[in-house]
Structures are given as C-alpha cells and as structure tokens.
Design a protein around this ligand. Sequence first.
Ligand code: PMP
Length: 454
Amino acid sequence: QDHLAGIDRGKLAAFRAAEVAVFAAAHPVSRQALDAGAGAFVNRVPMHWMADWPLPFPLVVDHAKGARLTAVDGVSLDDFCLGDTGSMFGHSPGPVAKAIKAQADKGLTYMLPTQAAMQAGALLSQVFGDFRWQIATTATDANRFALRVARAVTGRDKVLVFNGCYHGTVDDAMVALSGGQTVNRPGLLGQVADLTLHAVACEFNDLAGVEAALAKGDVAAILTEPVMTNSCMVLPDAGFHAGLRDLATRYGAVLIMDETHTISSGFGGFTRVHGLRPDMFVVGKCVAGGLPTAVWGMTPAMEDRYRAADAARASGHSGMGTTLSANPLQFAALVANLSQVMTAAHYARMEKGAARLAKGLGRVITLRALPWHVVRVGARVEFICAAGPLRNGAEAGPAHKPELEAALHIGLLNRGSLIAPFHNMMLISPVTTTAQIDRLVANFDAVTRALTEE
Ligand code: PMP
C-alpha cells in the first residue's frame, strides 16, 4: 500500500524528514542543554515517556504560563497538550500558584491534616458528588487503591476492564482482548505475572459481553472511563452507562469511574454532567491545578462496607497509601483550584473554544477529503486518522497511525502549535485564546495541504 489514511507514504516520509530538520535547526539551545546534562539520565531523559515525543530530541522548557509554553531556545508555542491534562486549566493558574506560594514556607509534608484539608473535602463533595474521599498523588495510585477496596468489600478477585483501556500503570488493568480471550497486553516490560488470573477484558459498548463476564460471579469491580480516551476517543452508546450500572448492581460488582481525562466533560466531570451513579470515583492530573494530586471517593454505602472490611482484617499493613500523599501543599492547591479555577464559568469558556476547534479541524478534513474524523468531549478534542465513529478498542487499535501522527505532530509544532504526543489530543484551557485556536486550525490546514498537494 502506498497510502496511509489517505496520505501518500513517499510524501509523508519526505515531509517528516524536512520537518525534523526544521525542528533541529530551531532548537539548538535545547540540544546543547541535553548534550551537556542529559547523560545523567537513563536513555537521556528523566522519565522515559519524554523520549516518546515524535521529535529528534525533546524540547527543553524554560517556562510555561497559561496556554503558552516557551522552550530554552526562545521559541514559544501555543500549548494544547497542557501536560496531557495535568495543566488542563492552564499552566500555573493564578490562584493555585498563590496558594502554593503561601504554603511553601509552612511545611511541605506532615502526615497530618490541615484546616485547608477540611475545606478541600467539602469542595470535593460539592463539585463531584456525595463521596467519601481519600487523597493520593497520582491517578495510578488512586485506581490501585480503589481496586483494593472493591476486592476487599466483595471478597472477589477479578477486575473487569475494557479492551484498549488505560488507567495509569495499574498492573491489573494491563490486559487486552485477543481472539475473544483476555491476555496480558503485549510489550509489558518485566511483567512476570499472569494478569489474566485476576482481570477480564470486554469490549466497550458491549453490554452482553459484560454480562457474560459478570455472570461468572468472580468480578469485584468494573473499572472504566466514561469515554475511552486512551484508545483514540470512543464514545459510549446511548444507554451503555445505564446498562453498566444496572449490571454492576445485579451481579454485585463495584462500579469505578475513572474521570482522569473525562474531567474535560464539564463541571463535575462526565459523571455529574450525565448523571452517572458509580460506587467509586477517581480523578487525578488537573484536580489540584497541576500539582501532583489525585482523589478517590466512595459512596457512603461503600464507605460502610470498606470500614467493615478494614475492621475485620488482621492487623498489619493494609498495602495501601503512600507517604507523601495528602500533604499540605496538595490541600492548598486543591482548595484554590476547586474554588476558583475548576469553575462552571471556566468550563463554559473551554467548551466554546473546543467546539470552535473541532469545527475548524472538521472543515479542513472535509476540504481535503481525508477519511478522518474529529471527536470532542467537552474541552478535549481529538482528530483521528481513520473513519468514525469508533465503537470499541478493537476498532480504535488500527485507527492509530503512529507514522502519520508523528509527521502531523512535528509539522504542527514547527508552526507553533503543540499537541499531545501518543495521540492526537488537544485541550482548551480557560485561558486559551480564539487566536490560538484559529492558528492551530490554520496550521492543521497547512500541514494537511503539504501532505496532500500534487
Ligand atoms: N486514568 C486515566 C484514564 C488516564 O488516562 C491516566 C493517565 N493518562 C491515568 C489514570 C493515570 O494517571 P497518572 O499517570 O497521573 O497516574
């Protein structure tokens, strides 16, 4: 095949090579900084994902504020990646930065609550619903702990997840469906456990498949995102979530909603916007305005079950919690973010901007007659280099076109628009301007034109 998703492969390779050269020429200071200091790190990056950007070498950042990020080369970019959701409300939102500064001199970690913790608890319930909360540092940890509680209260061992899901580096969820069988996801480094002993994978939007799995009676929890955001973007069918809730109740499984990305949906997340009724609720990334924080909550009924299970266990380490979690800096940032940044008014702005972006990208795709589509979940927009809509992970897998996406990403970056690596995701913050959105659409137009013109 000499075409990939409507793009000539020869043209694609030439475009990518030219854009790599443009990037390298525009970022000599980043390269010098890396040459001077990166050797101290494994594979020259402090966290291995940083080597996964489709760039010849990573950008070295000088600073970021609002929806703008500036590299040490002096090059400024419109940031639509926003830390892959961690900075969805913009970099260093004013109230959050101020709260962190105020706490910075009063101690950074105590293993004890503060007055702000009490405010944070009340705000979490006001924003997300009547849950009893725990604070963690990453959404990965929050999901792991939620799973432990679900297993403890049900006395069952399996977690049901959806093919193509991602819930952080939670080992239990690293399974996939292959030929109708649950298997360990390919590529897991150093994973020696047979994850299928304690997990079962189903397809998203397949209630019959979920029911068949639940009917075996060994599923402690269904762990799901409201929308599959880590496998392109797969929207739930009408009735899917109501069906999941009903099945979870009927078969005695705990329903855990991981809102770490779908917090883009609107005030209170997809759960609140669409009236879902999970037993447990998880959100991380941007919940404290970008300071490493995640929260997980359980309904009051779940809390009763949890406390009973906790009281009934033998003394010793529960196997849950981490030392730095629920520290005073997190409470200060949570209070500032929840009360002044993660507001309904800000969501309204974000949604409006995202709608403008989705429309603009859709217009370009139509103009170029590309077999692609655009999906939006509130402030989150993704273009997908395949026809849609996609209904599940099996369809979403082949819709990814890493080679093509890499060329698009670097082409956009060289023209001033930074989008998320790994997928074609763009976030609109409350401070993203119309001019930035229109520039991204114009850049998408220019890049797709270069890839398609005769
Ligand atoms: N849940 C979902 C839905 C995610 O997409 C991610 C990360 N992309 C996580 C959990 C884990 O977040 P973290 O990497 O901050 O632990």
